[in-house]
Design a protein around this ligand. Sequence first.
Ligand SMILES: [Zn+2]
Ligand SMILES: [Zn+2]
Length: 395
Amino acid sequence: MTLVKEETFQQQLVAIRRHLHTHPELSYEEVETTASIRTWLTDAEIRIANYPLRTGVVAEVGGINGGPVIAIRADIDALPIHEETGLPFASRFPGKMHACGHDFHTAAILGTAFLLKEKEKELLGTVRFIFQPAEEKAKGALQIIASGALEDVEAIFGMHNKPDLPVGTVGIKSGAIMAAADGFIVEVEGRGSHAAVPEAGIDPIVISAHIVTALQSIVSRNVSALESAVVSVTRLNSGTAWNVIPEKALFDGTLRTFDERVRSRVRQRFEKIVHSVADAFEAKAKVSWIEGPHPVVNDSEWAALASRTAESVGLRVIEPLPSPAGEDFAFYLKKTPGLFVFFGTEGTKEWHHPAFDVDERALSLSASFFAALALDALKRLISKSQPIAKAGDEQ
Ligand SMILES: [Zn+2]
Ligand SMILES: [Zn+2]
């Protein structure tokens, strides 16, 4: 796709977003998406950095006279969901959809790159743009880190669109903004028997029912009322017939926490309950963890600076409630300080809904916000000795 010169900036971003929306690709399969992003960057004469990635793109603007390096990240993958928006630019690929708005993130951050390219000579350092694959698998960030693209980065910024925030608002919060999202699989091994002779067996269904019920006590009895956690069992499988007590039961689900201390306490209680209840009923149990990303924990100084930047470009800053969803941006923040914000996109459907959509007016707003943030962040890094005033200090 070639960008026509007369198009306004907003129209360019809408065209890019719609192109991506029509052609969604799942995690690790973002081959055409990668090619399109490279083309748009190359057309804008933005240099593509050479990191070993199969999908995803890293590009850079600035750095002509050295200076610090900051990164801005967009995720590029779609979901295995069949789109039901009825939009004229809906997905052309059955069963695949940009239902999390990563098309919006990609288009907006490309817009930021275009804006900063025009100001390249003014940049006090390098802005590295990370178009990351496989966020929905919570692993793409690890690929980017493994590629070395974060090595010299002093601060990293990113966003998620937020349907419940109006266009023109940005949710900025220091501390945890998204949850650690751990998965678990529990296997309960009893002993099979005839359903009419339960005393000859060890019934894994009854035992699993006790475990699942007891697990609900973790949030109510082991987590402070001032903190939060979620323990959800989402699937339970066992048995083959109405008259057979099976040998095994299997259940899985997820834990969500916003604090590493709560996370480890919840996991510790989880293991204890599973093993102790199984033991009480003379069964064996095995817990396997699907390690999710950490909580997304924002740096307070970058949050303060970004709030000021947002206000300076006419956005309304609100402090959002954290989301119990997971985000692999957390892996970057473990490595380098930074900020993950929620950008208002005013939709009626939540993330991952087949009729999810964003209000495209937020495209140029978010592109401009991140461009201004990049300029302010580089300035801040250059004059690190000056303390940042908290947003609202002057009022
Ligand atoms: Zn998602
Ligand atoms: Zn997402």
